[in-house]
Design a protein around this ligand. Structure first.
Ligand SMILES: Cc1cc2nc3c(=O)[nH]c(=O)nc-3n(C[C@H](O)[C@H](O)[C@H](O)COP(=O)(O)OP(=O)(O)OC[C@H]3O[C@@H](n4cnc5c(N)ncnc54)[C@H](O)[C@@H]3O)c2cc1C
Length: 380
């Protein structure tokens, strides 16, 4: 019997499920509340495991010439004084790639072949469980009705998850405000740089020879600045004492679009409930500190599609959860753990210990990536 499947959300998770299902000859509908013209002007950092997933999906080749491949990552103090530089090309990464790129380029590459399939300006409104089915309404009446499976790929603030678990607190707010933007930086020869302050952090990732993807954050409660109101002014105030490439970047940001987010994570990852299954941030959204959001969205999607290609819907959902649960939980732990120590960085002792640890044991994100590359759990 052919199952009737609806994917909600055409972000990275929704599009990758759609790509895999297409490849397996499984039909689906896919709805997206944005318009087809809406563009997210930001960058993305994709560590080795995200790149492996893009290769499996044949998407990396579509991005040829549109990404920067990093070979090292440096942690420094806000002055620019180096704490530690780590290699991204030595074992266990000698056969891998770490890249950074424009989010728009990834979205375009992920959409290839699905352009006519995605129903834009279509928002899911209600979700109700039925017998071996799920009933939905959305802003396109033609799609209302009953589906054998609803794939919720609608992001960290997932409406499907909210409706499904009504009344339950689904998101944890880390009290950290983050800013993301892409800035010109002519003729640089930079490699990724993390500048660590007190509770503030500024990271720079080249995405081409003359553009940088920048990310900054600060712990909210310790700041006398009203955050979230004027991103450009706040960034200038918080990072004004920084050295290295930051003064030039700050001199360029006035006309640049800046995305502001509160950093949030799911309280607990969720995989499926009856005929609703969650992928990507809707299942496992977490802090961006080890840049695993895209990698998890892609791995969730491949795992779910594989299972749907081999098994009936109910068995496939069980397989999906069994294969992903422990990996996802461990990844969220790696991503969120540094945030719980952020307040300690106000004291010179806290900062001294942090810097000592980075110098002796290596940058925390590189260590997390190494664990993901070598731990038996992730290799299974
Ligand atoms: C500050 C910050 C920096 C980050 N940096 C990185 C990074 O460098 N590398 C990395 O790997 N990850 C990063 N992430 C995480 C990454 O962006 C996400 O993990 C990834 O985008 C998840 O993809 P997704 O498809 O699950 O969700 P999304 O990309 O959010 O897509 C969800 C889609 O669903 C649509 N939608 C929502 N509700 C509805 C509805 N009701 N009906 C229909 N459609 C709907 C939305 O319009 C959207 O298109 C970062 C996150 C933050 C907050």
């Amino acid at each position: 019997m052919t199952s009737k499947i609806l994917i909600v959300g055409a972000g990275i998770a929704g599009l990758s499920v759609a790509q895999w299902l297409t490849r397996f000859g499984i039909d689906f509908e896919i709805v997206e509340k944005r318009s087809s013209e809406a563009i997210t002007h930001t960058g993305l950092v994709l560590p080795f495991n995200a790149v492996r997933e893009l290769k499996a999906l044949d998407v990396l080749e579509r991005l040829e010439g549109r990404y920067f491949e990093a070979s090292t990552i440096t942690y420094s103090k806000v002055t620019g004084k180096v704490i530690k530089t780590a290699s991204l090309t030595e074992p266990p990464f000698e056969n891998d790639q770490f890249i950074a790129l424009n989010r728009e380029d990834l979205d375009t590459a992920m959409l290839e072949g699905l352009e006519r399939k995605v129903r834009y300006n279509t928002e899911i409104l209600t979700v109700e469980h039925g017998d071996d089915a799920v009933n939905i309404t959305c802003t396109n009446e033609l799609l209302n009705g009953s589906y054998d499976l609803l794939i919720a790929a609608d992001g960290i603030s997932s409406l499907v998850r909210q409706k499904n678990f009504e009344g339950q607190e689904m998101l944890l707010d880390h009290n950290v405000i983050g800013w993301r933007f892409v800035s010109p930086f002519p003729e640089h020869s930079l490699q990724p740089l993390h500048m660590v302050g007190q509770t503030d952090l500024f990271t720079v990732y080249p995405i081409s020879d003359d553009m940088l993807y920048c990310y900054g954050h600060v712990y909210e409660d310790l700041n006398d600045i009203v955050l979230g109101e004027n991103a450009h002014e706040n960034i200038k105030k918080i990072f004004s004492g920084y050295g290295g490439p930051v003064p030039y970047i700050l001199s360029q940001i006035d006309d640049i679009e800046i995305l502001t987010n509160r950093l949030k994570s799911v309280v607990k990852p969720c995989f499926f409930d009856r005929r609703v299954v969650f992928v990507g941030d809707a299942a496992n959204g977490c802090s961006p500190l080890i840049q695993q959001g895209v990698a998890m969205a892609l791995a969730d999607s491949r795992c779910l599609a594989d299972a749907l290609a081999m098994q009936n819907v109910d068995q496939a959902l069980i397989t999906y959860q069994e294969k992903r649960e422990r990996k996802v939980e461990r990844t969220i732990h790696f991503a969120d753990a540094p945030l719980s120590h952020l307040q300690n960085m106000q004291s010179w002792l806290g900062r001294g210990l942090r810097d000592l640890k980075i110098r002796a044991a290596g940058p925390p994100d590189v260590n997390a990536w190494k664990k993901i590359a070598t731990d038996r759990l992730f290799l299974s």
